[in-house]
Design a protein around this ligand. Structure first.
Ligand SMILES: Cc1cc2nc3c(=O)[nH]c(=O)nc-3n(C[C@H](O)[C@H](O)[C@H](O)COP(=O)(O)O)c2cc1C
Length: 261
């Protein structure tokens, strides 16, 4: 399969065979990840490979009970990591300019790019994966379980293993709604409706069949997919709470030191 064909064939995998991933294959796909471009080639990320069943069971709660964490043989956590770099600066009597939010974003971008390279390398070998947003939402609890020191923050993670399902390809918004040529061309309301029309129908039908949705609070009175996204899936209070929690964790991890501290 060509690289493009493989990319176009991507689907998230949530059911896994119990088969372990051979050690040399795991090394190969992680090595491929390390070839990813990196800001200033500082490589301000770390990859935590969790195979131990007991540790994955501990990770289950902060990953909001998503069973892929324990069902897949491997869980990978990609962290923004300025610990290594800052230690190296200290040893060499160099200034440390990285105790700030901008540096967190640099490390995050590095980590997230690496995660996608590892994902593609893994899929090229027939492995399947599912990213879990809970990695960032509960970064503090996950960081504790994984023993992360100051200056290290989990930003992305996925379960990894041999697929035990072949789900349908999920839709994407149309190309014309996502790509702007030369400069940004803002949308009219009609264009927005057009861009989302297929998703409005298919997504709504999909959620209406979902057992998960019926178990959620706030479902009553929901009239369309947009409302479902913000009344049920991503509520204002949950996003505000996660934001506050993450900012506190970034402070604790010494990414938010103010001038004069
Ligand atoms: C950053 C990120 C976080 C995600 N978090 C979750 C998650 O917590 N649980 C889940 O089942 N899928 C999660 N996904 C998978 C998305 O739901 C999935 O990529 C999207 O629905 C498109 O489906 P596809 O990957 O099969 O094409 C996440 C994906 C990304 C990129």
């Amino acid at each position: 399969m060509s690289v493009i064909q493989q990319i176009l064939n991507h689907r998230s995998i949530r059911k896994y065979k119990p088969d372990p991933i051979p050690e040399d294959l795991l090394h190969e796909i992680l090595q491929a990840g390390i070839r990813t471009s990196s800001s200033g080639n500082m490589q301000t990320y770390s990859i935590i490979v969790t195979r131990d069943q007991h540790l994955r069971e501990k990770l289950l709660k902060p990953h909001m009970g998503q069973k892929m964490v324990v069902d897949a043989p491997v869980f990978l956590t990609f962290c923004a990591d300025f610990n290594r770099m800052r230690r190296w600066l200290k040893i060499n009597d160099a200034a440390d300019n990285f105790d700030n939010f901008f540096s967190f974003l640099i490390g995050s971008i590095d980590a997230i790019l690496v995660s996608q390279t590892v994902a593609l390398a893994a899929e090229s070998h027939g492995l399947g994966l599912c990213f879990l947003g809970s990695t960032l939402a509960n970064a503090d609890a996950i960081g504790k379980i994984l023993g992360l020191p100051k200056n290290v923050v989990p930003v992305a993670g996925f379960s990894l293993g041999y697929p035990d399902e072949q789900p349908d390809l999920r839709d994407r918004l149309p190309f014309s709604g996502l790509v702007h040529w030369e400069t940004y061309s803002n949308y009219s309301d009609l264009e927005i409706q057009d861009i989302y029309s297929e998703r409005d129908n298919k997504g709504w039908q999909r959620y209406m069949k979902s057992k998960w949705l019926r178990e959620q609070d706030g479902v009553k009175g929901i009239e369309n997919l947009a409302q479902l996204y913000t009344e049920v899936k991503y509520t204002r209070s949950s996003h505000q709470d996660y934001s506050r929690k993450l900012l506190t964790y970034l402070e604790n991890q010494e990414f938010m030191i103010n001038e004069g501290d």
